[in-house]
Design a protein around this ligand. Structure first.
Ligand SMILES: C[S@@+](CC[C@H](N)C(=O)[O-])C[C@H]1O[C@@H](n2cnc3c(N)ncnc32)[C@H](O)[C@@H]1O
Length: 293
């Protein structure tokens, strides 16, 4: 899937698209795919960005090119394949400081809907404190993540622990995980915001297939800016600080806060509950509980 149409006016990195040596060989095929999905914001997202941020295009392209060369020269393919290898170990602590603990609360806000023996999936689990909390409630937990290093941290977290049901760990791209119709609850906590908009829509569609009929998808993420102009500007600024950090730290997509409720409704979900967490005078993070129709 391409992030923007050829010839469109979206953010582009001409030197990357045209000039640099391509990674070759089957081992590195995933890199080309990641490059296609993640490097460029789609036109619609570019159009929504504040002008001053679209103006940093050249700087961002230069940094991306520098990073490509650094990786090429160091032969650091692991770094390309595992985007969370460096930032992964720091991820939870950074999130805790940045949100004064609200992100942790947001990730487990819908856990009172988990019943013992429920099948519960955590997509892009990361360090997985939320998945551990679900396992402690007696759920049959499956975690999926693309990052080896994140799954190593998660393995350390559950090592020596005994739950009612053992936790299943799957190392793969969520789009390649196809246990359709299996799960009572599918969690996407601070996961979808790493992707471009077309990719988010594709992943939501996929998560919907993984949930049972009548099952739930839970999305915990940044609150959609709302209220007056000043409040919205501050909410956007708060998001962009995190986004820009992760664009460089983990090559996440650059985009405004996504409207997950609208996206879920567009995929036939009913929003049953939303719990938001305030920090610095306003809602900063929300957990959305959506039932599959
Ligand atoms: C921003 S972190 C969030 C982690 C965790 N859910 C949390 O709330 O702390 C995103 C996670 O998604 C994983 N990830 C990114 N793309 C993925 C994909 N296509 N399939 C599975 N996991 C993916 C990353 O490796 C990372 O662990």
């Amino acid at each position: 899937m391409r992030a923007h149409a050829p010839g469109s006016s979206g953010i582009r990195c001409p030197a990357i698209e045209g000039g640099l040596p391509r990674f070759a060989g089957p081992k590195n095929r995933a890199i080309g795919e990641w490059r296609g999905e993640d490097f460029r914001a789609p036109v619609s997202d570019a159009a929504r960005m504040p002008l001053f941020l679209t103006g940093v295009r050249d700087l961002r392209c230069s940094l991306e090119i520098g990073m490509e060369w650094m990786i090429l020269m160091s032969g650091g393919m692991d770094l390309m394949n595992d985007k969370y290898r460096i930032i992964g170990p720091l991820y939870d602590i950074v999130a805790r400081i940045y949100s004064a603990g609200r992100i942790d609360k947001c990730k487990t806000a819908m856990h009172d809907h988990i019943r013992p023996d429920d099948y519960v999936l955590f997509a892009g689990v990361g360090q997985g404190t939320d998945a551990v909390a679900a396992a402690e409630r007696g759920a049959r937990v499956t975690v999926v993540d693309l990052s080896d290093s994140m799954l190593d941290i998660f393995a350390g977290r559950i090592s020596g622990r005994h739950f009612l049901h053992p936790v299943e760990t799957v190392h793969t791209d969520i789009l390649k995980y196809e246990e359709y119709g299996k799960f009572d609850m599918v969690y996407a906590n601070f996961f979808l915001n790493v992707f471009t908009r077309p990719m988010v829509l594709a992943v939501i569609e996929h998560l919907a297939k993984l949930a049972k009929p009548g099952g739930y998808v839970v999305i915990g993420d940044f609150a959609l800016p709302s209220g007056g102009a000043v409040a919205r500007a501050f909410q956007s600024l708060y998001w962009y600080i995190a986004d820009i950090f992760f664009v460089f730290a983990a090559r996440n997509a650059f985009h405004p806060v996504y409207d997950y409720q609208t996206m879920l409704k567009g995929h036939g979900f009913q929003i049953e509950k939303v719990r938001c967490f305030r920090f610095l005078f306003d809602d900063r993070f929300c957990s959305i509980l959506a039932r599959k129709g």
